[in-house]
Design a protein around this ligand. Sequence first.
Ligand SMILES: *[C@@H]1O[C@H](CO)[C@@H](O)[C@H](O)[C@H]1NC(C)=O
Ligand SMILES: *[C@@H]1O[C@H](CO)[C@@H](O)[C@H](O)[C@H]1NC(C)=O
Ligand SMILES: *[C@@H]1O[C@H](CO)[C@@H](O)[C@H](O)[C@H]1NC(C)=O
Ligand SMILES: *[C@@H]1O[C@H](CO)[C@@H](O)[C@H](O)[C@H]1NC(C)=O
Ligand SMILES: *[C@@H]1O[C@H](CO)[C@@H](O)[C@H](O)[C@H]1NC(C)=O
Length: 350
Amino acid sequence: MKLSYTHTHTLLNWTTLYTDRRSFTDNMSAALCAFILTCSALCGSTVVSGVLSKPTNVRLTSHDMNLVLRWESKEQPAGLVYTAEYKPSLADYRVGCVNISTLECDFTCLNISIFQYGKYTGRVRAQSGSETSVWVESNQTTLDKDTIISSPNVSLFSNGATIEVSIQDPIFAISALREVYNSATYNITYWQDGQKQKAKSISNIQQSWVVLNDLEPWTKYCVQVQIKTGRNADTNLSKPSSAVCESTTVEEEAPWVPAVVTFVVMAMAVALVVVAVLYRKRIFHFLCPKDALPQHFKEDLLACPNSSMYIAMGNPHPAEEIYHQVIIMADSRTLAEGRPLESAGQPDTT
Ligand SMILES: *[C@@H]1O[C@H](CO)[C@@H](O)[C@H](O)[C@H]1NC(C)=O
Ligand SMILES: *[C@@H]1O[C@H](CO)[C@@H](O)[C@H](O)[C@H]1NC(C)=O
Ligand SMILES: *[C@@H]1O[C@H](CO)[C@@H](O)[C@H](O)[C@H]1NC(C)=O
Ligand SMILES: *[C@@H]1O[C@H](CO)[C@@H](O)[C@H](O)[C@H]1NC(C)=O
Ligand SMILES: *[C@@H]1O[C@H](CO)[C@@H](O)[C@H](O)[C@H]1NC(C)=O
């Protein structure tokens, strides 16, 4: 592109030179002029004009309260840089970006104070070596009125048959959404997945945490949120958030049931601890009795059984015992006379 452009210029200039030569052969100044033009064309088209081509399509834009000057350039020869400035209304231009090679300058990234309700204009010029283009001025932008607000971030949390919506405001380059627009509200639109035509919406919401509770259990719902700045008869809105969806689950049990269960368990635990503390001595005695068995009892109990009696008890066929038969006969005379029984022990006369 660049080559053919330069080539065309060269041809045109040679044609000019030829025409000039034919018409004013003796006009040396014309020839000199043509020569300079030709040389200029050969050396580079930017020098032809003697000045740099100015930036085009210069516009001052604002997204989420930033302030950015953007422009375009037909040619971008090496070493071409730009200087951008900004001007608050009723004040002079101030330096923004100096000698940058990009096609934009974000004034809110610089350490300069930008007023959230300010009206600003920008301008830019190109520079290459010692040459500069003319300044090109942009449109005027009123930050709080013209800034384009991004969509809020929306997160959904399913909680039984309800869905909780958490909304995060877009982050502003200067200030914050609620500081710039103190009457900003949310318009929350929600619908059963696949039935957007039956969408319901709730508006004038100021809190960033909202519970949707008129929902069917076990159903997928989608939610979309848009911020209304409360300015300009509600024409100034944020971009709507993209729809996010979440399913409801079962109807939630009565909230007091887990509370009661917890209370009962806690009460029982406390009662157990109290009983244990009050009767700790008895419980201790029961588990570890103080009165020990006398030592010889323990020895006897633990000793190996070796007495003949014990062995005999253990024997299933006891040995035949040897005995003599003894017959004891009563003395009828003695009994009849009522004599004391002591005499019975005396040797029998029979
Ligand atoms: C910007 O570039 C010009 C020309 O190259 C130079 O004179 C000037 O000092 C530069 N300014 C800064 C702030 O670098
Ligand atoms: C920003 O500018 C202020 C004064 O204008 C200065 O005190 C501060 O150090 C600067 N901060 C940075 C990061 O340059
Ligand atoms: C919104 O969420 C996206 C992705 O999670 C994140 O990159 C972005 O910073 C969030 N924006 C805000 C304002 O929190
Ligand atoms: C909220 O947003 C929905 C969908 O964009 C729209 O139909 C409705 O009119 C809005 N409500 C208000 C009060 O702006
Ligand atoms: C805000 O409303 C004003 C007045 O209706 C309008 O000029 C301006 O363009 C709107 N801004 C945006 C970002 O839509």
